[in-house]
Write a protein that binds this ligand. Structure first.
Ligand SMILES: Cc1cc2nc3c(=O)[nH]c(=O)nc-3n(C[C@H](O)[C@H](O)[C@H](O)COP(=O)(O)OP(=O)(O)OC[C@H]3O[C@@H](n4cnc5c(N)ncnc54)[C@H](O)[C@@H]3O)c2cc1C
Length: 815
């Protein structure tokens, strides 16, 4: 490790914590020999060395859970491969609840763990006490035990990973800080160090809480910020004679386990402490932050309550270490959309040890093959907008991220900090109309409207929330009268150039050549036939296409199109999201509403379903597309931003006698689930194909040009699919599906839900979800019935259908 760094290498990994070591290990495991790791100080000297190093497998999504499952496999087998012990101990974990919402939360987790194959089970409180005899349990109302969780020694894991990797060619350079990054023609070119410049093809930023600074050297975003993070170590206790499962008392913001014969008491306090990077000395290595007993006082009181014996034992130390947090408590993975060859594996949000093994593996695959091997959207760096990367925003959000780590996982919870970053041109109007805002990709979006300020508590609930009546009124107005949604936050991409049509024909599964007056609904698919995005597309002229995509998707979509362009193709892709507002009008009275504000023809013959054209609305010229996402007659109006307010005002004025209501995303969601419309990140993502999602109608197999993913789809057409999306209705009024609930068929676990809501038109709970097709075949499964959806460990009978239970006009965007 003493030689000088080379002048050139294929891949440079920056940072020698768990992420850098794991990524380097997997790069070499995949056959890459030309890789170096540069560490500012010594390996593990950042956050990794002092980690509490719990490995809990259950995460909020299947792909994140699979990453931790891979970590467990790796950590339990590395010693055999490298001869270096890793300290892996399978001690299990125990979650307790002291209030009904937490009980629902941990039961939902137990259900989710069944769906993910982890096998956590609810156990009686007395049994939980047996597993954790030091615990006060008279206020505990429920417990879930997860036997396969464990813990490791973080430094030993890194030593083993580096030993494995160096045996296959990795070279490690400690005491070698990266001081700069040189780029050329939109690609990384070299990293700079005091020992000189190293030219390279790829750089992987695994610099932990320094990740934002390293990204800054390359001129790109890495939205993360450091916080102080605490745990306490006690003197030994005689009563601890064997390893204890990690005890999660999240109502008390605590986790506890044995350590060195005493206890380790860690926390995610209700308000974290942000840490500015310039507070750390340049030579910060194996360093800690000052103790802060005052900050921890309320948590200590909770700990003393949970483990009364703590009163009797001395405290060895209060450890305060820095850790990085992102705006949504999920780490950053993947290639930056701003710079080719620059990858991120940082901002680990206090799950770096648990996830590092798996995250390093998929990141290495991503670097080597150019794309991820599975759906990694929850951690994909492209989920953030640039507006979310300012230091002020990150500093404000990070403490809330830390605090929410242990919050009850209510559906629809919204962040309170770093709000109002991106506002629709209609924002003030919507606010004045009583909008309750939620946030997506930094945008404020109305969730529902409460013009009369009716009481809406509780806003958060696993069952019916206090705003359910307001939601129901908006839902019904869409079915019975007319509603207006502000959808200005939709991503809008302008794809232009001589080769625009041929490029889009290759990237889109539907036939874009027909888009002159027709709206084309299409997926952009990957090689595996999975969705990289779904969007609608309108041709503006022979060389220009307007792509309308979801609020969270424009960065990803733009990146996907750009990375698939060949050097000789003449195409530009511009994100024009902010230049246009979108107002959607939906419901049986929507035609009449438009007739009142426009001289144009909105009749069925004059403006057929799934067509688009320029029309006058109020004082403005707008592009109208006849479609709706709620399964009713409707139009989406794409309006120059500067005209959004006058158009909105005219529509509102004209809508008075027609029962016009403003509606928010909650109604949009329940309406679309009733109608069976799929949503990105729910029903469709990189691992779901149109055939599995039941969207074959939006694939044009016989268009003249071929398209990406076609081969896979043709194979699936011949062989049939092994899983299929279906819709469920649940008659039981106590059933409240949200998503992620296990689906049972004839007592066999066959899948899990992807979306859920209350269908106010159908008058029952509704859900969408994928099921594995049993030997008997899909038709037999559906006709036999016997489906159940497990919500918080309770199974509810469900009726499954392929077609939507609500289908007023059989509206399908066929081409
Ligand atoms: C108190 C505490 C308890 C925790 N408990 C758990 C737990 O129970 N389970 C769990 O999974 N996670 C836990 N974590 C989180 C976990 O430890 C981290 O997520 C993980 O260690 C982060 O690893 P990393 O590789 O991303 O960052 P780091 O370990 O910080 O590594 C980044 C490296 O980059 C180097 N670097 C920085 N700048 C440069 C530069 N310019 N040039 C070269 N190198 C550079 C740094 O020196 C550092 O070594 C805990 C964290 C804390 C603070």
């Amino acid at each position: 490790m003493n030689e000088s760094p080379p002048e050139h290498t294929q891949i440079v990994v920056i940072g020698g914590g768990i992420m850098g070591c794991s990524t380097a290990y997997h790069l070499t495991k995949n056959g890459c020999r030309d890789v170096i790791l540069l560490e500012r100080a010594k390996l593990t000297s950042g956050t990794t060395w002092h980690s509490a190093a719990q490995v809990r497998q259950l995460r909020s999504t299947e792909s994140l859970t699979r990453l931790v499952q891979h970590s467990v496999e790796l950590y339990s087998s590395l010693e055999a491969e490298t001869g270096q012990a890793t300290g892996w101990k399978q001690t299990g974990s125990l979650s307790i609840a002291t209030n009904p919402d937490r009980l629902t939360h941990i039961r939902r987790q137990a259900s989710l763990s069944r769906a993910f194959g982890i096998g956590a089970e609810e156990i009686p409180v007395a049994e939980a006490s047996g597993k954790w005899p030091l615990m006060r349990s008279n206020d505990v109302i429920g417990a879930v035990h997860s036997p396969s969780d464990g813990r490791v020694s973080p430094s030993d894991i890194c030593a083993a990973l580096v030993k494995g990797a160096t045996s296959r060619g990795l070279r490690v350079f400690e005491d070698t800080p990266v001081t700069g990054i040189r780029t050329q023609n939109g690609r990384v070119a070299a990293v700079q160090t005091a020992q000189g410049e190293i030219t390279c093809e790829s750089i992987i930023n695994c610099a932990g809480l320094w990740g934002h600074r390293i990204a800054g050297m390359a001129g790109v975003a890495a939205p993360l910020h450091a916080c102080e993070h605490f745990y306490l170590l006690t003197e030994p206790l005689d009563s601890i004679t064997e390893p204890l499962p990690t005890l999660s008392d999240h109502d008390g913001h605590l986790y506890l386990r044995d350590e060195g014969g005493g206890l380790l008491v860690g926390c995610f306090e209700p308000k974290g402490k942000p840490l500015d990077l310039d507070q750390l000395p340049e030579d910060f290595a194996f360093g800690l932050l000052p103790e802060d007993w005052e900050h921890l006082e309320p948590i200590l009181a909770n700990a003393l309550h949970r483990v009364p014996e703590l009163e009797q034992i001395g405290m060895k130390m209060l450890l305060n270490g820095p850790e990085s947090f992102t705006p949504d408590d999920r780490f950053l993975l993947g290639e930056s959309p701003e710079l080719r060859g620059f990858f991120l594996g940082c901002g680990m949000c206090s799950v770096g040890i648990a996830t590092g093994g798996g995250a390093g593996r998929v990141l290495a695959e991503w670097v080597l093959s150019g794309e991820p091997s599975m759906d990694l959207w929850p951690v994909d760096v492209r989920r953030f907008a640039l507006a979310q990367n300012t230091l002020r925003t990150l500093r404000e959000r990070a403490p809330e991220t830390l605090a929410l780590h242990y919050a009850v996982g209510f559906p629809g919870r919204q962040h309170q900090t770093a709000r109002n970053l991106r506002l629709s041109p209609l924002h003030s109007r919507l606010e004045a109309a009583g909008a309750e805002f939620g946030v997506r990709m930094g945008w404020e979006r109305p969730r529902w409207f409460n013009p009369e300020k009716r009481p809406t508590a509780p806003k958060l609930s696993f069952g019916k929330p206090g705003w359910d009546t307001l939601h129901a009124e908006e839902h019904r107005a869409a079915r019975e009268a007319v509603v207006l949604f502000d959808q200005s936050t939709f991503g809008k991409l302008l794809v232009q150039g001589r080769d625009a049509e041929s490029v889009l024909q290759w990237l889109c599964a539907n036939d874009v050549s027909k888009a002159q007056h027709r709206v084309v609904y299409t997926g952009m698919l990957n090689q595996r036939g999975g969705y990289e995005s779904d969007l609608t597309l309108m041709r503006l002229d022979s060389e220009s296409f307007l792509l309308i995509t979801g609020t969270g998707q424009p960065v990803r979509d733009q990146d996907w199109i750009r990375r698939n362009l060949h050097a000789d193709e003449h195409v530009t892709v511009a994100d024009i999201t902010s230049a246009y507002a979108v107002i959607s009008i939906a419901g049986p009275n929507s035609r009449e509403l438009l007739n009142r504000v426009s001289p144009d023809d909105f009749s069925n013959a004059g403006f057929p379903y799934y067509t688009h054209r320029r029309v006058e609305v109020g004082p403005a010229l707008v592009r109208a597309a006849r479609l709706s996402y709620v399964g009713e007659l409707g139009w989406e109006l794409t309006i120059p931003s500067e005209s959004a307010v006058p158009v909105f005002d005219d529509l509102c004025e004209a809508g008075g006698g027609l029962g016009l209501k403003l509606a928010g995303t909650e109604a949009l969601s329940s309406l679309r689930i009733e109608k069976g419309y799929r949503a990105w990140d729910h029903e469709i993502g990189p691992d779901d194909t149109p055939l599995q999602a039941g969207l074959e109608f939006a694939v044009c197999f016989n268009k003249s040009a071929s398209f990406l993913g076609k081969k896979t789809l043709l194979r699936q057409q011949t062989e049939g699919v092994s899983r299929r999306l279906v819709q469920f209705t649940l008659a039981d009024s106590n059933a409240h599906p949200h998503s992620g609930e296990p689906i049972w068929w004839q007592d066999t676990l066959v899948g899990r839900t992807t979306s859920g809501a209350f269908g106010h038109t159908l008058g029952c709970a509704i859900a969408l979800g994928y099921i594995r097709i049993a030997e008997q075949g899909l038709d037999a499964m559906l006709s036999t019935g016997g489906f159940e959806i497990e919500i918080a460990c309770q199974r509810f009978p469900a009726q499954a259908t392929l077609e939507a239970a609500y289908d007023s006009e059989n509206l399908k965007p066929r081409m």
